[in-house]
Design a binder for this molecule. Structure first.
Ligand code: PA5
Length: 443
C-alpha cells in the first residue's frame, strides 16, 4: 500500500521542466552534502541508520518509565517537543482522559512556554499521580525547558528522594556539550544523544521524538519503517515523476514565484492539529529568512471553515492550501433515520460521517480553487504509525529541497537569537549589563 499519495492536479500552476530539474538537483545536493548547512544533514538517512538495537534500547528505557509513572512529563521546546506532541496526539484516543482504564501513561508537555499558570496547574493536577520526566534539549541551554526542568526535577526529588529520582529522569541532549549534559552526567541520569548532525526541527526520528513516543505507547518501529519507505522513495536518482517530496517542493516554489506567499496546511481530522504545528515550525524556521519564504499557516477543518473560511475563500489572493487527507477512519459512525426529520437530515440517513466529511473536503477544494486558492492534497491511508512516519519524512525531505530551491540555508535559525538577547538583558543575566542598560532605556 502506498503510504503517501500527492495530488497536485488542482495546484493551478505549471511546473516547468527547469523547475523540475531544480528540485531534483536540490535533492541530489542534499544527498551529496555539498549545499548550505551541510553539517546538519544527519536526518536524511536517519530512518535507515536506526538499528533494531537502538530501537530496543529506546523501548527498554520507555518501558522502565512506564512502569514507574502514570504521567510522563516531556520537557522541551521547538524541535525538541513538537514532533513528539504531533505524533502522540495523532495516535491517542481524543477522549483518552474519559476512559476508566489507561493502557498507556499520560504524556504531558512542559518547557514549551514560561507560563506560571500552565506549570502551576500541571503541578497541582499531578499531585495524585506517580510521575517521571524526559527532558530534551540539544543545546542543553535553552531557557524555557531549563526552567521547567528545574521545577519538575525539584518536584521529583521532593517526592521520591534523589536516589529514586535517577530512575525517573531521562535526558536527551548533545553527546558532550551544554548545561543539561553536565547536569545529567553529574546526577547519573540515563542519557540519550541527539546526533550532532541532526537539527532540532528534523529530530523527531531521533531519541528526541522516539523516547517520548515509545513512553506514550506509540509503535516506534512502525513509525521508523514508514519514514524509511519514503527515504527510499525519494533517494537520489529517483526521477521527478516518482519523487513526491521533489514534486511538493517544486509546486510550492512555482506557486511562491507566482505570488502565493502563504501556505495553509489543514486536515479534516482534528487529531492532526499538532502535525500542523510541527509542520509550521519545520517550514517556518527552515525557509523564513533573508527576507524570503512561504509563510506557513494552518487550519483544522471543517471547524475553521466557520472562522477562517471566509478569508480563504474571499480575502487577499496570496494563499494556497495543502490538505492532509485521510483515506479511511477507524470507527464506523453513521447518521440515523428520524421519523419526524425536523432537522432535514434524512437524506444522509445510513451514511458514514467519513463519507460526509469527504464530500465536505471535495466541496471545499473546488470552492477554494474557484476562489483562486490553489490546492495540493497529501493522502495517507489511515492515521497510524507507518503513515505518520512516512508523512514526517515526506515533509522533511521536501523542506530540505524547497529551502535549497528558495536559495536559503534551511538548517539554521539565526533569527531566533534576537528575542533571547533582549530577554536575557531584561532579566539582568550576568554578562548582559550593557544590553540591560540599553534595553531598559527603550521600554
Ligand atoms: O529547530 C530548532 O533547532 C529549534 O527549534 C530547537 O529545536 C529549539 O530552539 C530547542 O532547542 P534545544 O533543543 O537546543 O533546547
Amino acid at each position: 500500500m502506498e503510504l503517501i499519495k500527492l495530488d497536485t492536479r488542482k495546484c493551478g500552476v505549471e511546473v516547468s521542466e527547469a523547475l523540475k530539474r531544480e528540485a531534483i538537483e536540490a535533492n541530489e545536493l542534499l544527498h551529496a552534502g555539498k549545499g548550505a548547512g551541510n553539517d546538519f544533514l544527519g536526518w536524511i538517512t536517519l530512518p535507515s541508520d536506526i538499528t533494531p538495537e537502538h530501537l530496543a534500547e529506546v523501548n527498554a528505557c520507555a518501558a522502565r518509565l512506564r512502569e514507574k509513572a502514570e504521567v510522563i512529563i516531556c520537557i522541551g521546546i521547538g524541535g525538541s517537543y513538537l514532533g513528539a506532541k504531533a505524533v502522540i496526539d495523532a495516535m491517542t484516543d481524543s477522549f483518552e482522559l474519559l476512559h476508566k482504564e489507561h493502557k498507556n501513561p499520560i504524556v504531558l508537555f512542559a518547557g514549551q512556554n514560561i507560563s506560571e499558570d500552565y506549570l502551576g496547574e500541571m503541578l497541582a493536577a499531578l499531585k495524585d499521580y506517580s510521575i517521571a520526566t524526559i527532558v530534551a534539549s540539544k543545546s542543553g541551554t535553552t531557557t524555557e525547558p531549563a526552567i521547567a526542568f528545574r521545577i519538575i526535577k525539584e518536584e521529583i526529588e521532593r517526592r521520591y528522594g534523589k536516589e529514586d529520582a535517577k530512575n525517573r529522569i531521562v535526558a536527551v541532549t548533545d553527546k558532550a556539550r551544554g548545561a543539561l549534559k553536565t547536569l545529567a552526567t553529574n546526577e547519573g541520569y540515563t542519557t540519550f544523544v541527539i546526533p550532532d548532525n541532526v537539527g532540532g526541527r528534523f529530530s523527531v526520528l531521533s531519541p528526541v521524538g522516539l523516547l517520548p513516543l515509545a513512553a506514550g505507547g506509540v509503535d516506534i518501529t512502525a513509525l521508523v519503517e514508514g519514514a524509511r519507505a519514503v527515504e527510499q522513495a525519494t533517494r537520489p536518482g529517483v526521477a521527478y515523476e516518482d519523487n513526491i517530496s521533489a514534486q511538493y517542493a517544486a509546486v510550492r516554489n512555482a506557486l511562491y514565484r507566482d505570488g502565493k506567499k502563504i501556505e495553509i496546511l489543514g486536515s479534516y481530522e482534528p487529531k492532526l492539529v499538532n502535525i500542523n504545528e510541527w509542520w509550521k515550525q519545520l517550514y517556518g524556521e527552515s525557509e523564513g529568512k533573508d527576507g524570503k519564504g512561504i509563510y506557513p499557516a494552518s487550519v483544522t477543518l471543517t471547524a475553521d471553515l466557520h472562522s477562517m473560511g471566509q478569508y480563504i475563500q474571499d480575502g487577499e489572493r496570496t494563499l494556497f492550501e495543502t490538505i492532509i487527507s485521510v483515506a479511511a477512519p477507524k470507527y464506523d459512525v453513521r447518521v440515523g433515520a428520524d421519523a419526524d426529520n425536523l432537522d432535514g437530515l434524512n437524506y444522509l440517513a445510513g451514511k458514514r460521517l467519513h463519507e460526509i466529511n469527504k464530500m465536505a473536503e471535495l466541496g471545499v477544494q473546488i470552492a477554494h480553487v474557484d476562489g483562486g486558492v490553489p490546492n495540493l492534497r497529501v493522502e495517507i491511508p489511515t492515521i497510524d504509525e507507518r503513515a505518520l512516519g512516512a508523512l514526517i519524512y515526506f515533509f522533511e525531505k521536501a523542506c530540505g529541497i524547497s529551502g535549497y530551491m528558495l536559495g536559503v540555508n534551511p538548517f539554521n535559525q539565526p533569527g531566533v537569537e534576537d528575542y533571547k538577547r533582549n530577554m536575557f538583558a531584561l532579566l539582568e543575566k550576568p554578562g548582559y549589563e550593557e544590553q540591560t542598560k540599553a534595553i531598559k532605556a527603550r521600554l
